[in-house]
Write a new protein. Sequence first.
Length: 141
Amino acid sequence: MADQRSDHGTRPGAAPDLSAAGSVHHINAGILVEPGRGRIVVRAGDTVLADSQRPIVVLEGRYPVRYYIPPEDVRRELLAPSWESTYCPYKGNAVHYALASHGEGGSIAWSYPVPLSGMEALAGLIAFYQERVDIDVEPSD
């Protein structure tokens, strides 16, 4: 199988290397995308869903800060595809995930498999709703 790479030189779903971009990676339609610093731990109750030291931070208007996590840092076996789907005019079509243990429960996370132009850094990364799970942010030293 061919090694498919995005415009950022990473395999789809791999964490993009934003180091060359400095602290700010991209600003598009008021959306700021930058590499995170520190550690992000996502939990549903006592269960750790994700643990990452390489999140991508997205600041978008009036929305809460969102942490996009490489899929390798997410316990994907605990997630199941959700019936929900959404479209963002700046990022594209999102697929959603629910807790696998809750069957048809509501979405707790989403991803942009093929984001729109300018948002390629988010391709395949998984973001969680802070309103539906616990997200601990541990700053780097």
